[in-house]
Design a protein around this ligand. Structure first.
Ligand code: FPP
Length: 261
């Protein structure tokens, strides 16, 4: 397999050269709960927002390596519906990050043929955040490479409730037949209707929970947790997660090959 723009990181190249990462079995959709920015900053006696700023740099690093490896979708949990409970100054900073990130990175996103998308309630975001996201969504809409999918103002339970409400309206209006509703119908009413389900979920910082993230979509996803704080997460840690994924035996509730006999 020839890598597109392979990053010049010796340790990663070594891992790949040692064939500990199989480039033929790269997860199509990787979802990440980026956690630990605050603790990263605290350890350095810095304000929490410094951790978020550093975390934004990690987003760029991981988007690049995901693109280089041929990942199809990278979904990043950037702001949850619960994050509104944080101090106003931190929220304001988090809401400025898409703008900051896209100002710097959009030319490279275009060069790499990356498509920016988002899931979450866009309408609840401040105007300037929406504007930055809309610009990137519009500008990259015809790109056919990696889908860089930001979950912003996203909450999975709200997403599921909204999907059910939309289905009920469609049943009432006669455009959806109650008896024909299946799991696939549900998939079609979620914000991820156009995406494959995540193959691999990564959560950083040692927390081992889902925090209202893609609850429906993660039903058969492989989970990988690391103590590494998000700002310290890098190409090598990302490859470690992929390597662990490649050792998993995905059975989707069934049995495989020889286990059948
Ligand atoms: C959780 O860490 C992290 C967040 C709530 C924000 C994540 C956002 C980024 C990594 C940057 C996003 C970049 C773009 C371009 C949108 P935490 O603050 O809860 O960490 P803690 O648990 O250590 O306090």
């Amino acid at each position: 397999m020839v890598l597109k723009n392979f990053f010049n990181k010796t340790k990663c190249e070594k891992k790949i050269a040692e064939e500990s990462v199989n480039l033929e079995v790269i997860p199509s959709h990787i979802a990440i709960i980026m956690d630990g920015n605050g603790r990263w900053a605290k350890k350095r006696a810095m304000p929490r927002i410094a951790g978020h700023h550093e975390g934004m740099k990690t987003v760029r690093k991981i988007a690049r390596v995901a693109d280089d490896l041929g990942v199809k979708v990278l979904t990043l949990y950037a702001f949850s519906t619960e994050n509104w409970k944080r101090p106003k100054s931190e929220i304001e900073f988090l809401m400025s990050l898409p703008e900051k990130f896209l100002n710097d990175f959009l030319p490279e996103i275009m060069e790499r043929n990356i498509r920016v998308q988002m899931i979450g309630e866009k309408e609840g975001l401040p105007e300037h955040t929406k504007k930055a996201l809309n610009k990137a969504l519009e500008k990259t809409k015809n790109n056919t490479g990696l889908i860089l999918n930001f979950a912003m103002n996203y909450g999975s339970r709200a997403e599921i409730v909204n999907a059910i409400k939309k289905m009920m309206i469609d049943v009432q209006e006669g455009t959806l037949n109650f008896d024909s509703i299946t799991e696939e119908t549900m998939n079609q009413y979620l914000m991820t209707s156009h995406l494959p389900e995540p193959d691999l979920l990564i959560r950083t910082s040692g927390e081992v929970r889902l925090s209202n993230f893609m609850l429906w979509q993660l039903a058969y996803t492989e989970f990988w947790f690391t103590d590494t704080l998000w700002p310290d997460f890098n190409e090598e840690t990302f490859l470690e997660a992929i390597q662990a994924y490649q050792k998993r035996n995905r059975r989707y509730g069934g049995l495989k090959g020889e286990e059948m006999y």
